[in-house]
Design a protein around this ligand. Structure first.
Ligand SMILES: [Ca+2]
Ligand SMILES: [Ca+2]
Length: 303
C-alpha cells in the first residue's frame, strides 16, 4: 500500500510538472517580431545640436500658426494675402483648400490663366510657376524654435527606408545671402527585407552622403548625427566640415517624440516654408511632400 501510495505521489508530481510545463508554455509569448513602430523608434537618430546655436528645433504646426499665408507675384506686382497670422487653416493648407491665380504686370497686374492650390508645387523659387507661388511668412520673433521637445516627423516604407525629418524655423547661413526661414533637414535609414538597417544617409545642404550601417556611429541602435551651427546640415561625425561647424551640444533623443508625417494636416503643402528672398537659397524651402524625396535615389555616395 505504501508503495502504491508513493507511486501515486510520483504520478501526481509528474502530472503537476507536466501541467506546470503546459502552463509555462501557454504563458510564454512567441518570439515577438519587431513592429513597424519598434523599427521606427529603434533607428531614430541621436542628434547633437550645436552648443551655442540659437536656432533650435521647431514645431511645424506652430510655424504655420505664427505665419501668414501669402502668394508671391513677380514682375513688380504686389503679393496677395490668403490668410493672416493666426488664421491659416492648417488642414486647408495640406489639402489644397487655398488657391490663387498668377498675374502679369501688363495690363495692371491683372490675374489671369491658371489657378493653383496649396498642394501644387508652388514654391515661388523653383516651383512650377516661375517666380510666383505660395509662402508662409513667419513672425520674425518666432525664429528660434522650442528646442528638444519639438517632434520629429518620420516617413516610413517597410523594407525600404525610414526618413526622419528635423525642422528648424530659421537657417542662419554662413553667408547671410543664404539665410532663410524654415529649415527642413533629415537622416534616412535604409532597411532590408527584414527591416534591419543597412545604410544611413545624411543630408547636407542641397545634397547627401551615405554610409554602410557598419560604419555608422550609434548608441543603442540610434545613429548619431551632428547638426551644424546655424545651417543644421546633418553630419555623421563631429568637428568642422568645410565651412560648417559641429560639436557635442545638447543631445536630441528624437525617438521620444515621433510623428507620422502622413498624419500631419499640413502634409502635402507644396509652397514655401518661409518668406521669399531674392534667390532660391534665401527663400523658404518646400517641406515633406510629394515634391521632396524622403530617401536617396542613389545610395552609393560615400560620406
Ligand atoms: Ca518673416
Ligand atoms: Ca539648413
Amino acid at each position: 500500500m505504501q508503495i502504491s501510495g508513493k507511486l501515486a505521489k510520483v504520478r501526481l508530481l509528474s502530472l503537476s510538472v507536466l501541467l506546470g510545463l503546459a502552463t509555462l508554455t501557454a504563458v510564454s509569448p512567441p518570439a515577438a517580431a519587431a513592429t513597424d513602430l519598434d523599427v521606427i523608434m529603434q533607428y531614430a537618430p541621436s542628434v547633437y545640436l550645436y552648443s551655442t546655436d540659437i536656432y533650435r528645433p521647431a514645431i511645424a504646426k506652430d510655424f504655420v500658426t505664427r505665419s501668414k499665408l501669402r502668394w508671391s507675384h513677380d514682375q513688380g506686382c504686389a503679393d496677395h494675402q490668403l490668410a493672416s497670422r493666426g488664421n491659416v487653416d492648417i488642414a486647408k493648407l495640406g489639402n489644397g483648400g487655398y488657391r490663387h491665380q498668377t498675374a502679369n504686370s501688363w495690363p495692371g497686374c491683372a490675374h489671369h490663366d491658371q489657378w493653383y492650390t496649396t498642394t501644387a508645387y508652388t514654391r515661388p523659387r523653383g516651383g512650377v510657376v516661375s517666380g510666383e507661388g505660395f509662402f508662409l511668412d513667419l513672425d520674425n520673433t518666432a525664429r528660434r524654435g522650442v528646442g528638444r521637445t519639438a517632434p520629429v516627423v518620420y516617413e516610413y516604407q517597410a523594407h525600404q527606408f525610414v526618413a526622419y525629418w528635423f525642422f528648424y524655423a530659421f537657417n542662419d547661413a554662413i553667408t547671410t545671402v543664404a539665410d532663410h526661414e524654415g529649415d527642413w533637414e533629415r537622416v534616412t535609414v535604409r532597411l532590408d527585407a527584414n527591416n534591419h538597417a543597412t545604410q544611413a544617409a545624411y543630408y547636407i545642404h542641397s545634397g547627401y552622403c551615405t554610409l554602410p550601417w557598419s560604419a555608422v556611429a550609434s548608441v543603442d541602435s540610434h545613429p548619431v548625427a551632428y547638426s551644424a551651427l546655424g545651417t543644421h546640415a546633418t553630419y555623421p561625425t563631429g568637428g568642422g566640415h568645410d565651412l560648417d561647424r559641429t560639436d557635442q551640444g545638447p543631445r536630441w533623443s528624437t525617438w521620444n517624440n515621433l510623428l507620422n508625417v502622413r498624419d500631419q494636416p499640413w502634409y502635402g503643402y507644396g509652397g514655401a516654408w518661409g518668406e521669399v528672398g531674392e534667390t532660391s537659397e534665401s527663400t523658404g524651402p518646400v517641406g515633406p511632400s510629394a515634391y521632396k524625396a524622403p530617401a536617396p535615389s542613389d545610395w552609393n555616395k560615400p560620406c
